[in-house]
Design a protein around this ligand. Structure first.
Ligand code: LHQ
Length: 267
């Protein structure tokens, strides 16, 4: 039976699983329900060998406006106790960021509009970002007296360097997609109308590549963030030994020598 979700749409075709954040009237603000649903969808994607690439996008004119501030309103009106921020992050945000980063399949954020607060953090956690021209990134946290979370303090520095990360985080201003592209925060920018097709083409390309090599590449890139030179060279030797033992590697080399297109099976 297909999974039924209230806050997201999930569709799979030709090895690509697309998760659409689907609360367009609230700019796809991130609610507790959305958190558990996206986590569940990513867990299923991790288990399903037919899924070879995951796309996250938003319905309507926003990608995601971050925390649903209406949902936690009671903590500010006195109707509910003050929010336990640490517990809230650990329950609803940390598992999602970890799921995206550790998924052994490439992830693409297809940024169709504003990505604000944790919504921007989620996009930054994906492996690749493609955006429509009218999209933007906004570290909105400071505007409500919070600090950037969901690993944005790390990913922003990784993608764009400290100076640019500091500018975005300290000022909380919108950064238009084309500028974010120049800063290295977005990989590709296309006309808004072309975003779905451009995303589909990028995802299809990834889904057709050797999936074990992609998974190992993702792990090896992640290990580089914590390793010394010696450790990283050793990790590469280990990962290459694993990639080199795959059928897809043999197929890739044979196809090259025989001057034909390879057919990768994920084996
Ligand atoms: C929203 C939201 C929203 C609910 C727009 N919630 N409804 C972690 C730990 C614990 C707690 C707190 O959070 C976090 C992590 C975080 O993500 S903190 C950051 C939370 N996000 C924000 O502060 C962003 C707030 N939103 C905005 O700054 C603007 O709405 C943006 C820049 C996203 C869009 O601006 P506009 O294009 O001018 O649209 P709008 O403001 O008119 O919004 C449209 C509707 O969406 C509106 O509802 P309405 O019923 O009036 O049409 C907004 O209330 C609703 N909406 N963001 N986060």
């Amino acid at each position: 039976m297909a999974d039924t979700y209230q806050t997201i749409l999930v569709g799979a075709a030709d090895g690509v699983l697309t998760i659409t954040l689907n609360r367009p009237d609230a700019m796809n603000a991130y609610s507790a329900a959305m958190s558990s649903e996206v986590q569940a969808a990513l867990k299923n994607a991790a288990r399903d060998a037919a899924v070879r690439c995951v796309v996250i996008t938003g319905a309507g004119r926003a990608f995601c406006a971050g925390q649903d501030l209406a949902e936690i309103k009671g903590s500010y009106t006195g109707e509910k106790p003050p929010l336990d921020f640490g517990a809230h992050l650990r329950k609803h945000y940390t598992p999602l960021v970890k799921a995206i980063r550790t998924l052994e399949k490439p992830t693409i954020a297809s940024i169709n509009g504003v990505a604000a607060g944790a919504g921007a953090s989620f996009a930054l956690a994906c492996d690749l970002r493609i955006a429509g021209k009218s999209a933007s990134l906004m570290m909105a946290f400071v505007n409500i007296g919070l600090i950037p979370d969901s690993a944005a303090t790390l990913t922003l520095i990784q993608h764009a360097g400290y100076g640019r990360a500091a500018e975005l985080c300290l000022l909380g201003e919108k950064l238009p997609a084309e500028e974010a592209h120049r800063w290295g925060l977005i990989n590709r920018v296309v006309e808004d109308a072309e975003l779905p097709a451009a995303t589909a083409a990028l995802a299809a390309k990834l889904a057709a590549l050797p999936s074990r090599a992609l998974a190992l590449t993702k792990r090896t890139l992640a290990s580089a963030l914590r390793n010394t030179l010696d450790e990283q060279l050793e990790y590469e030797a280990f990962a290459q030994a694993t990639a080199g033992a795959t059928k897809d590697h043999v197929e890739g080399v044979r196809a090259f020598l025989e001057k034909r297109k390879p057919t990768f099976t994920g084996a």
